[in-house]
Ligand binder design. Structure first.
Ligand code: F6P
Length: 322
């Protein structure tokens, strides 16, 4: 293996730059040539491929987003798109790929290897923490800290005005951000898809709480099966018309910003081990960290495997949120 192509794909997440940096510098440490592919699979198709050196990734570890840019490519989902991408990679003599992204990105890498034999190792880059094969994904810790800080700030207003806030966090179909942000932010109620219908239980707790305090913070995952924050606030207001209920959707604020130390370290480890794995002949797998050990999971399993919520955290929160 002589030339490694590195790209980010799908939604950006804080720490992707640290991962790119580690992958580039590890490639150089193995006396190979790193190439950057811009805009994920789109750049592979459109030949936006360029050589990188150690200096190209200087001074990026502290930034969110991705210097290689990213996209959700429709064309790469077609065999014609993948054919074009393969031709471009062959033109640049790239013989291995480091794919930093989520589920969709892994699926693309898996198909690509099957059709064109170009090996990839995936690094889990998504704030959602919804990928099997790793305890945490790159960007999750930063997103949780951002959401927690937002909850702290909203709490000031909630308490001062005796208001009830429904704060919606990201996570697509996964409640990880909701669980961690809610627990660390001391939320009075957490609504996540993994726990099914919880709204009535949350309301019952609010009832008890009303006797002591007038304000509450409810954290709602965007994928919650009972509805989004607006829908739940509407239902809440029907039951408690006397309460001043407000909604805050944190949205893409959670995707940006300076990565935390935990994300930078995780991303550096994963980026370096992805390159090392390609050198050792591994392919078609995602690298992850489980119980502080580097592990590899075949793409198929990483994509299909459903990450379960840590039940202990849920039980803990049920006991201490009052
Ligand atoms: O996968 C990351 C994520 O931020 C999800 O939490 C969210 O549902 C989705 O991406 C939003 O995607 P986009 O930025 O393309 O609207």
């Amino acid at each position: 293996m002589k030339r490694i192509g590195i790209f980010t794909s799908g939604g950006d997440s804080p720490g992707m730059n640290a991962c790119i940096r580690a992958a580039v510098r590890t490639t150089l440490a193995f006396d190979m040539e790193p190439f950057g592919i811009m805009h994920g699979y789109e750049g592979m198709i459109n030949d936006q491929i360029m050589p990188l050196d150690a200096g190209s990734v200087s001074n990026i570890i502290q930034y969110g987003g991705t210097v290689l840019k990213t996209a959700r490519s429709k064309d790469f989902r077609t065999p014609e798109g993948r054919e074009k991408a393969a031709q471009n990679l062959k033109k640049h003599k790239i013989d291995g790929l480091v794919c930093i992204g989520g589920n969709g990105s892994y699926t693309g890498a898996m198909l690509f290897e099957q059709e064109h034999g170009i090996p990839s190792i995936g690094c889990p880059g998504t704030i959602d923490n919804d990928l099997a094969g790793t305890d945490f994904t790159i960007g999750f810790d930063t997103a949780v800290n951002t959401a927690m800080e937002a909850i702290d700030r909203i709490r000031d207003t909630a308490e001062s005005h005796d208001r009830v806030f429904f704060i919606e966090v990201m996570g697509r179909d996964s409640g990880y951000i909701g669980m961690y942000a809610g627990l660390s932010g001391g939320a009075e109620g957490i609504l996540i898809p993994e726990k099914g219908k919880q709204f009535e239980a949350v309301l019952a707790r609010h009832d008890q709480r009303l006797r002591k305090k007038q304000f509450s913070i409810f954290v709602v995952s965007e994928g919650d099966e009972e509805g989004n924050a607006f829908e739940l606030a509407r239902r809440f207001s029907l039951k408690y018309p006397e309460c001043d209920a407000r909604v805050t959707v944190l949205g893409h604020i959670q995707r940006g910003g300076k990565p935390t130390a935990a994300d930078r370290i995780l991303a550096s480890r994963l980026g370096a081990h992805a390159v090392k794995a390609l050198v050792e002949g591994k392919r078609n797998a995602a690298v992850g960290v489980i119980n502080d050990e580097i592990v590899f999971t075949p793409f198929e399993q990483a994509i299909q495997g459903k990450k379960t919520m840590n039940e202990n955290l849920w039980v803990l929160n049920e006991m201490i949120c009052r």
